[in-house]
Design a protein around this ligand. Structure first.
Ligand SMILES: Cc1ncc(COP(=O)(O)O)c(C=O)c1O
Length: 459
């Protein structure tokens, strides 16, 4: 099979193939919003389409490409591994690279989480969360889970049970026993913990859906309450970790000491899916509690060599290129620019985040004409304004972003951490122009919104 020839012959058939064999509904949405671009190359924070147009990727594969796309160091490690014909997946052995990555991952985590001692490897983020929930049950002997409003931890059934959005939960039947805690409400948390059946509370230090920040006071208070009532405190760092939030792990911002930390996304180096559960030895021991139960939780591909190699390379790049520090510095610069936009444009209700995990929230404008237009859009579907902004950013400014959750007017920025100041300037200038356009009524983005709704209804 000649993969290069196959790609050369078929490039451009992407959307048709997906419509026929994968998810036609998603392919249709991409067409409607003008996202049906055929990307043919990626490098660092940039994507290129068939016509050679250069895009700035502020989505980073949902937070996978902290080190940018196709990083030469990661690529080299994978090529070297392929050349070595390694004895991959023997299963009844202790593979070297998994040992090395576990060691490196704990070392890497040390400035944020010096107390973590043991690792379990998974194939994805949601699988890390599934494992963490099982670990919590095994370690505590309790069954119920607590999670926060807006939470997102993946979409398999266990992770879905701790999902804070009805949009994702609905239609899949009964889930595991779990209770949602309002953001910031320590009293509600304590009431649930008092029942005595809670295995764990799982939190994102910065929430991926909506870029909400639970805050240090709440997070530390929640951790303390979990300890008081014998429940585990799990911090999901799958999106906010590995430099994204301007620290090695985001929990460092608030001096957290979780019992379990979940990691994935950027650990892949942008190449091979991988995830990990980091925990204290004592918790690990309570899961793998006897010779009989030595592999009571396991998987087939978790420790595969290419994933382990990608992980080692990813951590090396994050450290050598000082990407957490870079995220902190550029994040400050970006956030300052977003704050200026908030001062200037009445459509901007809030800007927030940490490091290079930032969000901009739009809200109803004060002036009468714009407010009418806003309300008309919201009536069709809440969050439509943010969708129009995202569409304009891609179409007119080649900036790839995403609305941050279902039916919200929040756009999230999740760029690769290797971007430069000039890339932040690109994004800020693009946003400013779209906002300036949006101040005009009728016309601009509003007229476009009307056309979009008409088009979508007609299809
Ligand atoms: C915080 C968090 N946890 C878990 C997941 C699930 O990871 P995956 O998509 O690899 O299953 C995600 C994915 O976006 C996430 O952001």
């Amino acid at each position: 099979m000649n993969i290069k020839g196959l790609i050369a012959q078929t490039e451009g058939q992407n959307y048709q193939l997906h419509s026929q064999y994968l998810n036609p509904v998603f392919a249709k949405i991409l067409k409607i919003i003008g996202f049906d671009v055929v990307y043919v190359r990626g490098e660092g924070p940039y994507l290129y389409d068939q016509a050679g147009r250069k895009y700035l990727d502020f989505l980073a594969g949902y937070g996978v490409f902290n080190m940018g796309r196709n990083h030469p160091r990661v690529k080299q490690v994978l090529q070297d591994l392929l050349e070595l014909d390694r004895p991959n997946l023997v299963q009844m052995d202790c593979p070297l690279l998994a040992g090395l990555l576990a060691q490196r991952l704990l070392e890497f985590a040390r400035p944020s989480y010096p107390h973590l001692e043991a690792v379990f490897f998974t194939n994805s983020g949601t699988e890390a969360v599934e494992g963490a929930l099982k670990f919590a049950r095994a370690a505590t002997g309790k069954t119920r889970f607590l999670y926060l409003e807006h939470a997102f931890h993946g979409l398999t059934l266990g992770a879905l049970s701790v999902n804070g959005s009805e949009h994702f939960r609905a239609g899949f039947g009964e889930l595991l026993p779990a209770t949602q805690i309002p953001l910031g409400d320590l009293q509600a948390l304590e009431e649930e913990l008092r029942a005595g059946d809670v295995a764990c509370l799982i939190v994102e230090p910065i929430q991926g859906k909506g870029v909400y920040l639970p805050g240090g006071e709440f997070l530390r208070g929640a951790q303390r309450l979990c300890r008081d009532y014998g429940a585990l405190f799990i911090v999901d760092e799958i999106q906010a970790g590995l430099g994204r939030a301007g620290r090695r792990f985001a929990g460092e911002h608030w001096d957290l000491q979780p019992d379990i930390v979940t990691v994935s996304k950027a650990l892949s180096g942008g190449y091979v899916p991988v995830g990990a559960i980091l925990t204290r030895r004592e918790i690990h021991r309570r899961v793998f509690s006897s010779l009989e139960r030595a592999v009571v939780h396991s998987n087939t591909f978790g420790m595969n060599e290419l994933a382990m190699g990608a992980g080692l390379a990813a951590l090396a790049v994050l450290e050598e290129e000082r990407l957490p520090e870079r995220a902190a510095e550029l994040g400050e610069y970006f956030l300052a620019g977003l704050r200026e936009l908030k001062e200037k444009y009445e459509l901007v209700a809030d800007v927030r985040g940490k490091g290079l995990m930032l969000g901009i929230e739009f809200g109803p404008p004060k002036s009468k004409v714009l407010r009418g237009a806003w309300q008309a859009l919201e009536k069709v579907q809440p969050g439509l304004f943010a969708q129009l902004v995202v569409m304009a950013l891609l179409r007119d400014h080649a900036l790839l972003t995403q609305v941050s959750a279902h039916r919200v007017n929040i756009v999230k920025f999740l760029p690769p951490l290797v971007i430069g100041k000039e890339d932040v300037d690109w994004a800020l200038a693009a946003l400013e122009e779209v906002l300036r356009e949006a101040q005009r009524f009728p016309g601009g983005i509003w007229r476009w919104g009307k056309e979009l709704v008409r088009g979508a209804l007609a299809r």
